[in-house]
Design a protein. Sequence first.
Lengths: 137, 189
Amino acid sequence: MNRARDEIDDAALEALMAELRDRADPPGPDLLGRVMADAQAVQAGFAQAAPDPAPDPAAWRRGAWIGRLLDALGGWKGVSTLAASACVGLVVGLAQPETFAGFMPALSGGADSLGTGDTLALFDPFYDEATITGEDL
Amino acid sequence: MPFDANSPVSDDALMVLFANGDAQAAAVLAHRHTGRVLALAQRMLGDRAEAEDVAQGALMRLWKIAPDWRQGEAKVSTWLYRVAANLCTDRLRRRRGTDLEGIPEPEDETPSAEARMMARDRATAVQAAIERLPERQRLAMSLRFLQELSNPEVADVMGLSVEAVESLLARGKRALSAALEPRRAELGI
């Protein structure tokens, strides 16, 4: 048969490639030895860079206790709210009674309202006329 | 940890173990993948010594990336093939000083190539024909037929669409066929 120049069909090409694949030379012990030496060197670097995995037992215990407390208070959100409330309470407790005597009428618009001209007093819990004027009340 | 490339432990798990200092994990990974990377590099470069350098370089990069390896995102084999292909490309560029787009289609066989094919068996003739393919066809053909990756996996390694890979494979097959045709009867194809 007069075979015209024809492409080798896919099946024949794949068979040729499979034959070549089966003849691939495996890596020798020298190459594998170098690859493993590289692996060991890199792993040694990991060990040097890692932080001390052994925790301080006391710190661990403190951490666990604090963690349980935080959970009981509703997490950091609850703790921050509690702290803010505590600060307000401290301020109220330390301020002079007169501070709030003027503050409340101003809010209700009563006769003793400080008016808009003295708005700073509304926000300064330690505002005290005697302190400002130097008079001994 | 069994010192065996056929260990049932997945590559992802081995990477985690390696990053945590398990030396046996390194041995399994090395035995499992070094041969594949070496075979690809050898097809691409046609030089055993250079192929071994590429294989060692690719595995070194794998060791270094182990702490950052994210399980389930990529296969270790695909990643290694990609790295090896890039290393081979770098070496081929240094050899020729041309970019990928400038590589011409293979010319008719030179007398020395023909003389070589005369003296070698069929597998050697195919290897020679593969080495004469343009670089990207060579890589696609090697990954698809020698490393037995699927077309989508080849596309993933090469950073191409599946259609582009299929086009490279079609051209590679035509080029191989044209290269082997003159010796078809003699090689028993």
